[in-house]
Ligand binder design. Sequence first.
Ligand code: NAI
Length: 334
Amino acid sequence: MRVTVYSTRPYDRQFLSAAAAGGPHDLVFLEHRLDASSVATAAGSQAVCAFVNDQLDAGVLQALHALGVRLVVLRSAGFNHVDLQAAAQLGLMVGRVPEYSPHAVAEHTAALVLTLNRKIHRAHARVREGNFALEGLLGFDLFGRTVGIIGTGKIGMCFWRIMAGFGCRVLAHDPRPSPEAQAGGLQYVGLAELLGASDIVSLHCPLTPQTHHLIDAAALAQMKPGAMLINTSRGAVVDTPAVIVSLKSGALGSLGLDVYEEEADLFFRDLSGQAIRDDVFARLLTFPNVIVTGHQAFFTEDALRAIAETTLANIDAFETQGRPLHAVSVERLV
Ligand code: NAI
């Protein structure tokens, strides 16, 4: 099967080519994003392979279908960028990688917590300048602190185990509590209680209509003064302008982001020679108690290998059985 691969970076090409080697599929690697302006480049392919900032709205899906595309394979677990209703109406199958390495994301989340708490980003810059003063680098013991996890799926569960290992008290909020976690002693509470009790709040829920701007001004007002907020899920779970207000007032103690609501125009590219046009994002970068990574939480060798292998398995299964191995259906939205 001919597959057009969008938003390709050298590492995607490396791992996907290795997974496809010797197989029947012909992968066409394109660097640009899939959106309404670029959809014609899928001509001649029966499948497209997309990443998190590719645009798969109804218009793009209709255009893909008209070109003869019958399968969309996502190199991601999240599928909030696909209009599943439109895909179902067109008879377009959508596959994803439900689990490639929850450890990769959970470990990066822990890295953000440790960096913010012990100010490693500031310490690194200081030491390189010959400044060994400790003022401004004061942290706190994680041992005994309360961590609130919103969303205890695969990643949230890994993060729970990591933070429990530090001796933290862990609270969780999820409309579908994990029986395994409950049996293991994880305490589920309502969102307001979690926000009010946690020294660190970490987001691990998907982006859905229910979680859009879950952390808004009202939620921030319920958080402990000086608390840390970490978002490695999806940018739009957080209302960024509201977070900036809270950081300016000093109510929010620190912020670690791996995702950003408007990241599609920024992340996965080298923009170091250009001015950043997004003023909200630029403001975030001015705070000493904010660190941002560019959607790299998934970025480990293990995860890239697993993403490539599952993507090829989705394509194989579609070709042989008419359905990707890990199909995403409209029912998942409810
Ligand atoms: P998962 O599907 O295993 O778990 C998600 C959990 O969130 C489920 O237990 C679900 O019940 C819960 N949830 C749904 N609505 C909720 C709500 N309103 N409040 C609280 N919890 C809610 O997903 P997984 O694999 O753990 O991934 C979580 C998210 O992490 C993904 O949806 C994706 O957006 C993000 N992600 C980010 C990556 C990165 O590189 N930064 C990489 C992979 C995933």
